[in-house]
Design a protein around this ligand. Structure first.
Ligand code: GLY
Length: 365
């Protein structure tokens, strides 16, 4: 078992990573239950994993009522938040109880937000079942639902009490989702760790082929990077945590253009967005062109989109920049961009001119 601490003072917690952990989760969770039930919230795609978890909890003497929500982004809604909080209240959940989020980013974000407001805040445990949730969204306490005005606009910072990661659950994850999650793995190399990006270039094939050691290294390294960044800047106030948004501003425009739908998954948009952020940095003379090409080549090599065309986006620069203006990261009339001086040298730039970005996008279109 690898244990990675997220050091946040009174809100500190561990991320535990071990192949097969789902089947032995009951032993790990029983001390948190203190004899109380641990409600599980999951989705319709995860019946087998949920059965494993319930059996493991039962073997450890922990009752676990289950709520199964529809799979998919539309579950991050006011309607499902209401259904979930009503269900948790009907279970008699009290503040010191722990609710288990078993699922990908949608379930983790929804359960995280629901527990941040239920009885003014109760505990939750993340058991992420997608690569994206394992390496990014389950760690760090960002929770949210979507609103008519955009994605993740209603939410709270609410840290889990524990994160349990079983890399074996990825064996049943569709390849497309695995690839989308991999974009966030490569992101940690691009942010500030050129050696890890080189590791990704060397080992991505093994990871996609299911090699347990490659998966363990990718997840462990990513979680350690995320834990370090979150510990340094929990609420994204100093600029450190903002580095995790590499590729997200360009990516947000692509997701908006494709209707935040399965046409372009979030991780796919982040991949194309990272390639565009590096290409833009190179065009501005900030980053060597060879580094931008290396980023695009690696993303292409694993089947991720490396720009507008590969993401299936034909809109012009003005339209895409128009989408960026609705990004929740807008600060007044300024939109901070994550740019790069090279691989592993990402930085936050608040001086980017949006007309220059539009012209760049028209150029690469
Ligand atoms: N996914 C970005 C963050 O957690 O800050």
């Amino acid at each position: 078992m690898t244990t990675i601490p997220v050091a946040l003072g009174a809100r500190s917690y561990d991320v535990r990573i071990e192949p097969g952990l789902l089947a032995s989760a009951g032993e790990v969770l029983a001390p948190l239950s203190r004899g109380r039930p641990m409600p599980i919230v999951t989705d319709t795609n995860l019946a087998a994993h949920c059965e494993t978890l319930v059996a493991s909890l039962a073997a450890a003497g922990v009752a676990a009522p289950v709520l199964v929500l529809p799979a998919g982004e539309s579950t991050k809604s006011w309607a499902q938040l209401e259904a979930l909080t009503d269900w948790l209240l009907a279970q008699g959940v009290v503040r010191s109880d722990h609710v288990i989020a078993l699922g990908g980013g949608v379930i983790g974000d929804l359960v995280g937000f629901a527990t941040s407001i239920l009885k003014r805040g109760c505990n939750f445990v993340q058991i992420p079942t997608t690569l994206l949730a394992q390496v990014d969204s389950s760690v760090g306490g960002k929770t949210a639902i979507n609103s008519r005005a955009g994605k993740n606009l209603i939410g709270a910072f609410h840290q889990p009490s524990l994160v349990l990661i079983d890399p074996q659950v990825l064996d049943t994850l569709p390849q497309r989702e695995l690839r989308a999650g991999y974009a966030e793995v490569a992101k940690y190399g691009l942010i500030d760790d050129a050696a890890f990006f080189a590791w990704c270039e060397e080992n991505a094939d093994a990871l996609f082929a299911g090699d347990p050691a490659a998966r363990a290294t990718a997840i462990g390294h990513s979680v350690a990077a995320k834990a370090r960044i979150v510990a340094a800047d929990e609420r994204e106030t100093t600029g450190t945590r903002a580095l995790l948004n590499l590729g997200h501003t360009f990516g947000h425009a692509l997701e908006a253009e494709t209707g935040f739908s399965d046409t372009l998954l979030h991780g796919e948009a982040v991949a194309a967005g990272m390639a565009l952020a590096f290409a833009f940095s190179a065009q501005q003379g900030l980053c060597p062109a060879a580094d931008a090409e290396r980023v695009a080549a690696h993303l292409r090599s694993v089947g991720l989109p490396d720009g507008l065309a590969a993401a299936g986006v034909t809109a012009d620069g003005k339209t895409l920049v128009g989408h960026m203006l609705h990004d929740k990261k807008m600060e007044g009339s300024t939109l901070p961009f994550l740019l790069a001086r090279g691989i592993g040298q990402t930085y936050l730039d608040k001086t980017v001119d949006l007309e220059t970005v539009a012209a760049f996008l028209d150029g690469v279109r």
